[in-house]
Design a protein around this ligand. Sequence first.
Ligand SMILES: Cc1cc2nc3c(=O)[nH]c(=O)nc-3n(C[C@H](O)[C@H](O)[C@H](O)COP(=O)(O)O)c2cc1C
Length: 458
Amino acid sequence: MALPALLKDCLTLPVIGSPLFIVSNPDLVLAQCKAGIVGSFPALNARPADQLEVWLERITRELADHKAAHPGAKVAPYAVNQIVHASNDRLQHDLDVCAKFKVPIVITSLRAPDEAIAAVHAWGGLVFHDVISVRHAHKALEAGVDGLILVCTGAGGHAGGLSPFALVSEVRRFYDGPVILSGAITRGEHILAAQAMGADLAYMGTRFIATPEANAVDAYKQMIVASGAKDIVHTNLFSGVHGNYLRGSIERAGLDPDNLPTADKSKMAYGSGSSARQKVWKDIWGAGQGVGSIDAVQPAAEVVAELQRGYAAARARLQGIAFWLDRQTGRGAHERQESDPGGRRRRRHRRRDRAPLRARGLRGLRDAAQRRKARTPARAHPRRGRRSARLRLGRAQGGRGRSSLRRSKPRSGRWRSWCSTSAATCVSRFARPPHASTPRSGRWRRWPASWPVARRPG
Ligand SMILES: Cc1cc2nc3c(=O)[nH]c(=O)nc-3n(C[C@H](O)[C@H](O)[C@H](O)COP(=O)(O)O)c2cc1C
């Protein structure tokens, strides 16, 4: 992970809510930051230009108030997007306003942003630049950016044409700084996948259009909910650069999405004179190929909470699979020992702690447990309720019930339930970090050899 210090310990998820022309506004940015992901907006969304100061004043004040009212909460910093293009006649003005508020992150688009970088670094901000190819990545790094946003195929708005697998791995060959990945990322598991590929953060736009905070008409939000990847059209007609748009919105505008003419780059116009561009984006709605995973219009905080659940579930699933594979192949214990130098000493201690119990044997253990249980009233005993619930669950799933529990590893509620449930359930429940597991302990040898391998937890 190559996260800059600014982003350490303040995120609930490794996510940047990407800037969306017309759609992002202070409401959305504030909701995202308060939920613990970076919120951002294009400076050009604040119109006329002097609105930018009003927006930044509100965002900085409300975030400071929120932090003061919730001292333990994770509140993410915000970002402002600057389009670095010759036609953007507001750029210098907007950078000056950003300097006044010491905007923590500036996201630059289109051109390698030499002048902007110097200005942002002067007030201590970070510059992330979005690129769609290795050539652009090299240019941005030469200019001195602090992180690369890889805009891959399937992204909403202006999108690249490269697969994220291809672009991330090529960029990682020469760059080990912060990499932010974008393109159809809409679910918690996608965020984990982006990290597995080598990215540090996910960059998500379309997912946040279907929120009440977003500045988009209801029909746009509903079309996102109703669409799938097949409804996304890739064309350069509307802005001179290839981008992804909703098929339904093109049809509503009276055009045939399957027979669109191509445009030339000279159509690109940003800044205060881009009202034609604004009109186009108001009627022709941008969205990425991830629309198929968006099922409802929900507040941004709920979206983040749902992403967190998906992310945690995907992590647990992968840890379970890794644990299970290690067990099946006999690998893992050795690797874990190597990656966890203190582990061997801890394991020795654990064995020593257990020695007297072992000496007493299983029967002694069981008698001791029964004596303890008899002494403790049912409700006061921390394990009794849970234990019988697990027994019931185990039996319902065709487990061996109490007899298998008796054979199981003592003093750890978790292992017991596994013993009487199916292998798949064991895997999906496993959520402990590998170094905390108890590999190859003598206990497991007690499992009857007649049990099918898939039933045995070790
Ligand atoms: C409606 C819309 C407007 C966008 N406007 C901008 C913009 O003004 N500046 C920019 O850098 N990126 C813009 N993007 C691109 C996003 O910042 C981001 O790259 C993209 O949304 C990520 O892909 P996803 O939508 O599949 O999550 C826009 C995307 C959409 C869908």
